[in-house]
Ligand binder design. Structure first.
Ligand code: PLP
Length: 427
């Protein structure tokens, strides 16, 4: 209650803007994940890796738009590309351009098992289109996902059900990182399974890395049973130059993951709205208008701004060395936070520069699935999570209410160290 009071007193403008917004938007909100109680802070602008709120407070942005804001709020090359595109190309030409095939080539160069790909507007769309391919190709309709998975606004499985999805019967929900459970489910349902859809690290579910055994077991089972293996790299692509898949080596053959289809989004176009899905050419041919009646259409799929920024973001800014450097800093941050939290209920999980701060009953226990994160809601751990959020905000660090921290390019070791000190005081 005291934390809420201090927050309310410090942020009168946000409080007022929130009340106004509720008369137009349910809950004053148009992205549920950004809702915060008693009210979210209203941000007026961002520069680099900082944010300014409506009451004049500055923050170091440690959320980076849930990993999509990798490039920060004012990356010069992205700004120049946008201005140049607006002034000399046009916004959305409603026609085929060579930029989209050049952007596709950029992605293919990074992700070896993508033979063909298509663009769309979001990670959610990318997963929906990939699932359609799997269903058409296999002539089956069920999909295996994992409890806690988030594959988009209409594909969230936090509560173990597809809350937003109209066709609830189509989902089988397994336990993440449970190889024996996976094999059992596939044995039981292989005749009706079109696809397994999985994140290489459960992102919104709490930054839980998938083990190589688990992810390769999915791939092997899919191959053996002619099920389509879809790896959702919407959040994880940024964790390695060729995506997380390139780093997950088979326990025996040491080959990287090679999913049938990969979905992408978030930051691949420098922060402009985007999604992409791609993989085996024979599967992607489902959307070849020369030979297939199945449409993949979308007014903004090849919009000029996203396509142009896509040619710049990975090749010129998030180069392999920039990617490795940022993720090494993130690994350091996670290690430092776990050091300062040692012996308390705080535990930080994640990979590279995408991490999540948890408050758990037993921090010594390994977190391998969302079942391991089930805390007493309304209880002590949840209260700690709330206090951590208000503490960080008050000290000028922008963190997500659910504890997600993802570093923006250009964030320095000193900035990270400043945050570690603030967390040390909290602890
Ligand atoms: N898949 C994963 C793993 C995600 O983390 C997200 C977004 O957070 C999505 C899909 C959905 O992407 P979008 O928000 O662009 O629809």
């Amino acid at each position: 209650a005291t934390a809420h009071q201090r927050y309310t007193t410090a942020n009168p403008t946000s409080s007022r803007l929130h009340v106004e917004a509720t008369s137009h938007l349910p809950g004053g909100n148009t992205r549920s994940v950004l809702h915060a109680s008693p009210f979210p802070l209203y941000i007026t602008s961002g520069t680099g890796n900082t944010l300014l709120d409506a009451d004049g407070h500055h923050y170091l942005d440690l959320v980076g738009d849930m990993t999509a804001g990798l490039f920060g709020h004012s990356q010069l090359k992205i700004q120049m590309t946008l201005v140049k595109t607006i002034s000399s190309v046009g916004l959305n030409l409603g026609a085929t351009t060579s930029t989209e095939s050049q952007f596709a080539a950029v992605i293919k160069e990074r992700v070896k098992c993508i033979e063909q790909l298509r663009f769309c507007n979001s990670g959610t769309e990318a997963n929906l289109y990939a699932l359609i391919i799997a269903k058409i190709h296999t002539r089956r309709r069920k999909v295996l996902v994992f409890k806690g998975a988030y594959h988009g606004g209409v594909l969230g499985f936090a509560a173990g059900v597809a809350v937003n999805n109209v066709d609830r019967d189509e989902w089988l929900i397994g336990k993440y990182n449970d190889v024996a459970g996976l094999r059992e489910l596939i044995t039981q349902h292989k005749g009706e399974l079109a696809a397994v859809l999985v994140e290489g690290m459960m992102g919104a579910g709490g930054g839980i890395p998938g083990s190589a055994e688990f992810l390769h077991a999915i791939q092997d089972e899919c191959r053996f049973n002619s099920i389509i293996f879809i790896l959702d790299e919407v959040m994880t692509f940024r964790l390695a130059p060729s995506g997380l898949q390139s780093t997950i080596l088979h326990p025996i053959t040491h080959q990287p993951l090679s999913p049938d289809l990969t979905t992408l989004g978030k930051n691949i176009a420098g922060g402009i709205g985007i999604g992409a899905f791609g993989g085996r050419a024979d599967l992607m041919a489902v959307y070849d208008p020369r030979t297939s009646p199945v449409p993949h259409s979308g007014t903004f799929n090849n919009n000029s701004l996203a396509m142009a920024c896509g040619l710049v973001a990975l090749p010129q800014i998030y180069t392999p060395s920039a990617c490795l450097e940022l993720n090494a800093l993130g690994d350091e941050l996670r290690a430092r936070l776990n050091e300062v939290g040692a012996g308390t209920k705080m535990k930080v999980t994640g990979l590279g520069a995408v991490n999540t701060v948890h408050f758990v009953p037993n921090p010594a226990a390994e977190i391998r699935s969302v079942e391991d994160l089930e805390v007493d809601y309304g209880g002590f751990e949840e209260a700690l999570r709330g206090l951590f959020y208000f503490w960080a905000i008050e000290k000028g660090y922008w963190v997500a209410t659910r504890g997600l921290i993802s570093l923006i390019l250009g964030t320095t070791r000193e900035e990270v160290e400043g945050f570690v000190e603030v967390v040390r005081e909290f602890v």
